[in-house]
Design a protein around this ligand. Structure first.
Ligand code: ACO
Length: 330
């Protein structure tokens, strides 16, 4: 498989740290020093997971030089769908990708990486030739905007990559590992509420609805700085390369301190660690393709370069992958 295109989309409205302190007891200094975040985008009227995902997907199609009718599969990684029955088909319709099968995949902040690895299996198995992998989230719907421990962290956005079968050239997914540990699920949840309404006689039925994001920040931090280096070390070892051979470290953008800790563990210099946390915060499944798109468009990531990537978060779930960026053939 080859990574041949990328794209991204962001809501128009940006909320800086200082503006947030009008809502909760916080400060730019606290947020920046603990997380590296300076602002986040928040979807307004007319902006949804569907519109953001569609705009990102369209940009990746254009970048790859594909037509919508070329796409065989659309995988949408999201934890904040517009429709619990699936948002990917709405994206398929909006793109006009009529022959594509489209479905959602949920693995929180690991979602994009898991979806990319899933796409690779379909391509390597010969089922599909052209796949759009999208990460899109609108967690502003699900944070408690009065909880300063979580509301400062998250933002909305979408990113996408175009992945193509290519039996002739080198494979752009050089290696990967995926992990889940549901025993630590309570660390970070966006869970169904426990409300029941009377149904018939003694019977009741559960009311649909979700409680806002709940997070044990210190446990999530400890999880990330322990598991991300471990899974990446396994990936690199499996590929027979060392961190010195990497061009870029492209981690899920959760917290600058996590990026710094992982980079230090592998002795990767700061200039090779990609970060856009300051502008966008944690956009969940969108962070990795959003960052990839930014660095490809501004010329930092060049064709043929090797990128170590890791997604990690709720589930708990995490994974690592060694990628190569091919870019468009044209
Ligand atoms: N502004 C000001 N003060 C705050 C804020 C805030 N936004 N948030 C918390 N505080 C206060 C707390 O109330 C507490 O005060 P208290 O001692 O008077 O009660 C104090 O700061 C320390 O709180 P902690 O929660 O212990 O703060 P910590 O130093 O652990 O930093 C943080 C919190 C930044 C969330 C950190 O734990 C962290 O980065 N964790 C990882 C979280 C993460 O990355 N989550 C997402 C990854 S997974 C995914 O992407 C879905």
């Amino acid at each position: 498989m080859r990574l041949v295109g990328c794209g991204s989309a962001l809501p128009v409205a940006s909320i800086a740290n200082d503006a947030l302190s009008a809502r909760v007891d916080t400060s730019d200094e606290w947020i920046r020093s603990r997380t590296g975040i300076g602002a986040r985008r928040v979807a307004g009227p007319g902006e949804t997971v569907t519109t953001l995902a569609t705009d990102a997907a369209r940009a990746s199609l254009d970048h790859a030089g594909w037509e919508p009718g070329d796409v065989d599969l659309i995988l949408l990684a999201t934890s904040s769908p517009d429709d619990l029955f699936g948002t990917a088909p709405r994206v398929q319709a909006a793109l006009g990708a009529r022959k594509a099968v489209a479905f959602d995949l949920t693995a929180a902040c690991s979602g994009f990486l898991f979806a990319l690895i899933t796409a690779a299996q379909y391509i390597r198995g010969g089922t599909f030739q052209r796949v759009l992998v999208i990460g899109a989230d609108q967690l502003s719907r699900w944070v408690d905007w009065d909880d300063r421990r979580t509301c400062v962290l998250f933002g909305d956005g979408a990113g996408a990559v175009a992945v193509q079968a290519d039996s002739g050239g080198p494979d752009d997914l050089l290696g990967f590992r995926m992990r889940s540990d549901g025993s630590r699920n309570a660390c970070l949840t966006l869970a169904q509420t426990e409300e029941h309404r009377p149904l018939i006689g003694e019977l009741s039925s559960q009311t649909g609805g979700f409680a806002p994001i709940h997070m044990n920040g210190q446990e999530v931090y400890k999880f990330a700085v322990r598991e991300v280096p471990a899974v990446l070390a396994e990936v690199l070892e499996g590929c027979g390369i060392t961190a010195a051979d990497l061009d870029w470290l492209l981690l899920h953008q959760a917290n600058q301190r996590i990026l710094d800790a992982v980079a230090e563990r592998f002795s990767v210099p700061a200039e090779r660690v990609l970060s856009n946390l300051a502008a966008y915060g944690n956009t969940s499944a969108a962070t990795i393709p959003l960052m990839l798109d930014e660095a490809v468009r501004d010329g930092r990531i060049q064709p043929g370069q090797r990128i170590a990537s890791s997604g990690f978060g709720a589930g708990l779930s995490w994974g690592g992958a060694l990628l190569r960026w091919s870019g468009p053939a044209h």
